[in-house]
Design a binder for this molecule. Sequence first.
Ligand SMILES: C[S@@+](CC[C@H](N)C(=O)[O-])C[C@H]1O[C@@H](n2cnc3c(N)ncnc32)[C@H](O)[C@@H]1O
Ligand code: SF4
Length: 296
Amino acid sequence: MIRLPYIEPVFRPPSEARSLILQVTNGCSWNNCTFCEMYTQPQKQFSLKPQEEIEQELASVAKSGVSIRRIFLADGDAMTLSFRRLKLIMEAINRYLPDVQRVSSYCLPRNLKSTTVAELAELEELGLKLFYVGCESGDNLVLDRVNKGENFDSSLAALIKIKAAGAKSAVMIVNGMGGKRYSQQHAVNSARLMNEAQPEYLSTLVVSFPTGMERYQQGFQGEFESLDKHGLFQEMYWLLDTLELENTIFRSDHASNYLVLKGTLNKDKPRLLKIVRTALDSPGTVLLRQEWMRGL
Ligand SMILES: C[S@@+](CC[C@H](N)C(=O)[O-])C[C@H]1O[C@@H](n2cnc3c(N)ncnc32)[C@H](O)[C@@H]1O
Ligand code: SF4
């Protein structure tokens, strides 16, 4: 895949592995979630890339002659850009790379607060069709403890807006985020949020602390207790059991997961619940990802 002059590191969802990554912003404008260290290095301080630079990069890709069908707008919350800037970027993409069929981006729920449905629909028409929304949890207490700056209602409002505009959402929920104490309410309220929003895609990751838990523990006033594998599977069982989805593609296959689950919900709910039940009741009989293969 074509590499542009990025400010590293650059993150993208696993499903965008073959997309052109267009870094229209650097870092994350919030950067305060206690679990997320993706944009904490000094060079990742939040900034917007000028339109001229974006257009130069698009021109260089066009010149290479490679046909680009999918683009992911990086970094952590490119949707913080104004509607005016997003429209200019989408128009430039269409001008330089007419083969592009889908543009996607991470999206914090509050990124959409001042965008109207009509504006989002206009962007969708220009090709901005998919938003990866890090809801992380539907539980207000857990969201508060991890300093997400969002709650059940704000997350739901964004997901409803995306749907109303004719675009799609891919929601991320983080398994283990509430620790032992809040595991069940985290799972059940996350499922309730999904039931109300009916996203097109839902994926789960497992909370990980590559550089330690100090900041995370502060948010929980020191009472956070990590879930072991059994606890993570129990939480997954509660989540799946409470989900009532019409047609959502579900993936729990990110590298941070021990147990890989894939299906369409609710169609595959009985099958997935059975796998999780087996992992809970008969450890050793279900294939798990080894510790050394896990990562963020
Ligand atoms: C690069 S972030 C961008 C998401 C976007 N800013 C948002 O909040 O919607 C992508 C996702 O990675 C996941 N993530 C980040 N740090 C994590 C961690 N330490 N453990 C597990 N998942 C994590 C979260 O689900 C987060 O939404
Ligand atoms: S999870 Fe998203 S909003 Fe939170 S700090 Fe990371 S990139 Fe920013």
